[in-house]
Design a protein around this ligand. Structure first.
Ligand code: PFF
Length: 453
């Protein structure tokens, strides 16, 4: 039986750590600050936090319920839980979403490797804040360099997966994550001590809805899903290895709280510095790559801080790409009964193709536009805002409306051994009503089909 073949995470900490590894990544440190910067700060962050509590945690729990109750990935799990249900076909959408997201995400991982390299060889620091923006643009505008670092990152990613050493990498990440956390706190203090840091803090925490609009609301919702790794079946796959004794609610709350804390800390590192050095908060995906070197440079021992930070960021990123790559790999093994080696090769080829095209979208392919965006920006938009939100909607409807109540009860109470008097009604209410209605309504407003005025 499937259940016997799976070993499960050794301890609750192991299971949580791997899932935190998936959740904490460039989404928190690169994407959250730049999205908050583009959407005016405070109001975006408020909507983001509401989405984490009312949509993110319940949908994370629903992925856990599907995965842990069956110890299978999406398609097999739905076949077992609700034989004949068409919901199983959603697994294909999850796989496609994971391939596209991991493709463009690897490009940003490549940028991290380039910045790690140039910090280590001493060429990164020593410029003015303005110059860092230009240095970044020159770098991404040079096709060979950008593609090379992306490919290098993907080779490392698939080497880890093919040698079956994810566990080792995750164990390393168990050490790196707390370190990253400590480092972020040091950088926060440093940023708060900069002249004019108060402006950055009020940008982050002053709530002004005029700056947001429906587009910003969709962005905040997509970002919440991106950050928690929701909607592409990743957490179904991971929780299929969870042990039966853990409290799913505690796990989901712990993971979401840690993940959110990292994002907020990243914001407190970035924005006081952005305002202090007179940079533009809405400068988009390049934001952290222009502001971080500026921050490191004014710290004593800047090069060491830079190297340390990019090493830790590299680990945070690779634990996320490993979890994204596992989605198509596990799917192909389960669905087509092929070997893990073959599944890895096919996944690697497909992801590399997406990654190369995304890496070239700032240079050779910069003229190719989809809905007024270059390929990279397009994938960075549709990944979270379409694939993940659609996936979250489907998961919420499936667990809230289709799945037998007993399965949910059994998972939330661990077979009746725990109490879940308030949790279960709250989760079911969110899954049945709040999540589907919020996602659909926000989309209708955003697309202008409904008009708020
Ligand atoms: N949550 C990751 C981040 O914030 O960087 C990205 C991610 C990982 C998204 C795994 C989706 C996923 F399945």
């Amino acid at each position: 039986m499937m259940k016997e073949k799976r070993t499960g995470f050794a301890t609750r900490i192991g299971a949580i750590a791997a899932t935190v590894g998936s959740a904490v990544g460039l989404g928190n440190i690169w994407r959250f600050p730049y999205q908050a910067g583009e959407n005016g700060g405070g109001a975006y962050i408020l909507v983001y936090l509401i989405c984490i509590v009312l949509l993110g945690i319940p949908i994370m729990m629903s992925e856990f319920i599907i995965g842990r109750s069956t110890h299978k990935s999406m398609k097999g799990a739905v076949e077992q839980l609700t034989p004949g249900s068409p919901f199983k076909y959603f697994a294909y959408v999850g796989v496609l979403g994971a391939l596209l997201i991991c493709g463009y995400y690897s490009v940003v991982c490549g940028w991290v490797v380039e910045y790690l390299w140039s910090s280590a060889d001493g060429t990164l620091l020593g410029h003015t804040p303005d110059q860092y923006g230009k240095i970044f643009e020159t770098f991404v505008g040079t096709p060979q360099r950008c593609v090379l670092w992306t490919l290098l990152f993907l080779v490392l990613n698939f080497l880890v997966l093919s040698r079956g050493i994810q566990k080792g990498v995750e164990r390393m990440a168990n050490i790196m994550m707390p370190l990253l956390f400590v480092l972020l706190i040091v950088f926060c203090i440093n940023s708060l001590l900069l002249p004019n840091s108060g402006k950055g803090m009020s940008f982050l925490f002053n709530i002004d809805f005029d700056e947001l609009g429906w587009e910003g609301v969709v962005d905040a919702m997509g970002q919440a899903f991106m950050s928690l790794s929701l909607g592409v079946t990743c957490l179904i796959t991971y929780s299929s290895y969870f042990k039966d004794e853990n409290s799913l609610m505690k796990d989901a709350v712990t993971i979401s709280a840690l993940d959110t804390l990292v994002a907020i800390l990243a914001g407190i590192v970035i924005f006081p510095a952005v305002f202090s050095f007179g940079l533009e908060p809405g400068s988009g995906p390049k934001l952290i790559f222009e502001i971080l070197p500026t921050i490191f440079q004014q710290m004593p021992g800047g090069t060491i801080w830079a190297v340390l930070f990019f090493v830790l960021l590299f680990f945070a990123s690779i634990t996320s790409t490993i979890s994204l790559s596992e989605i198509p790999i596990t799917f192909m093994i389960d669905e087509y009964k092929i070997s893990r080696g073959k599944a890895i090769i096919i996944t690697a080829v497909l992801m590399t193709a997406v990654a190369v095209v995304s890496a070239l979208s700032f240079s050779t392919l910069s003229d190719v536009e989809l809905f007024d965006m270059n390929i990279f920006d397009f994938l960075d938009y549709v990944g979270p805002n379409f694939f993940m939100l659609l996936g979250g909607l489907v998961t919420a409807v499936y667990v809230g409306w289709i799945l037998k109540k007993e399965v949910i009860h059994d998972q939330l109470t661990n077979g009746g051994t725990r109490r879940s008097r308030f949790v279960q009604p709250f989760i079911i209410f969110c899954l049945r009503y709040i999540a589907p209605i919020a996602i659909v309504l926000i989309f209708l407003f955003y697309t202008g089909i409904l008009d708020a005025d």
